[in-house]
Design a binder for this molecule. Structure first.
Ligand code: ADP
Ligand code: 5GP
Length: 191
């Protein structure tokens, strides 16, 4: 059996800035490794299989659900599944590292409950829904239809913030990254 380690969970509505902050932490904080999720969506931009996601077919995803390979999964957008594989967490713990997640709000809360006592769950909060919409549209990676779906979900997800251990405001990106770095380093330094 693998010795269990720590988990750092970053959740937020799409466009809040969690991927940007997580990438910053991976460069700055030693001993962290990104949990690569499985998804049935197609790669976007320069995303790479086995680095950003494990891009798998819906058929394989459903097969893996049946085999109980996921510690959590969600149909985040209609017809599109995302999930965390148990073997991914164990792969990282086996190296003596802590796992960092970029995951949707419900998935994040699910992991926080499951790994209570060894997880730090951080909600990334944008200045407002309007700014969130601007960031998401400005990223330029989603069609009008996909953007509309993400906006509807984002509005609901903002209400989940109080259930997280920490609410990290992402107004100025540099400030948010510096605060995230401090929080994570402090958490990792505790026994
Ligand atoms: P998420 O992973 O939560 O969907 P991203 O990290 O992809 O969000 O960020 C969405 C967009 O907003 C990206 O284009 C990113 O560069 C930009 N962004 C992130 N944080 C800020 C910020 N504090 N101010 C302005 N733009 C930001
Ligand atoms: P995107 O398509 O923008 O990469 O991700 C869409 C949403 O799915 C984001 O909120 C992202 O954090 C979330 N997500 C990514 N991986 C997982 C996962 O393994 N499980 C869950 N529940 N959500 C995930």
């Amino acid at each position: 059996m693998t010795k269990e380690g720590k988990l750092i969970i970053f959740s937020a509505p799409s466009g809040a800035g969690k991927t940007t902050i997580v990438h910053h932490l991976l460069k700055k904080v030693p001993g962290l490794e990104f949990s690569i999720s499985a998804t049935t969506r197609a790669p976007r931009g320069d995303e790479v299989h086995g680095k950003d996601y494990y891009f798998i077919s819906k058929e394989e995803f459903l097969h893996r659900i049946a085999k109980k390979h996921f510690v959590e999964f969600e149909e985040v957008y209609s017809g599109t599944f995302y999930g965390t594989l148990r073997e991914e967490i164990e792969r990282i713990w086996q190296q003596g590292k802590s796992v960092i997640f970029d995951i949707d709000v419900e998935g994040g809360l699910h992991l926080k409950r499951k790994y209570d006592g060894q997880a730090l769950a951080i909600f990334v909060q944008p200045p407002s829904l309007e700014v969130l919409k601007e960031r998401l549209a400005g990223r330029g990676t989603d069609s009008e239809e996909k953007l509309a779906e993400r906006f509807v979900k984002a509005e609901k997800e903002l209400n989940y913030a109080p259930q997280f251990d920490i609410i990290l405001k992402n107004h100025d990106l540099q400030t948010a990254c510096a605060e995230a770095e401090e929080l994570v380093k402090h958490f990792l330094s505790q026994k």
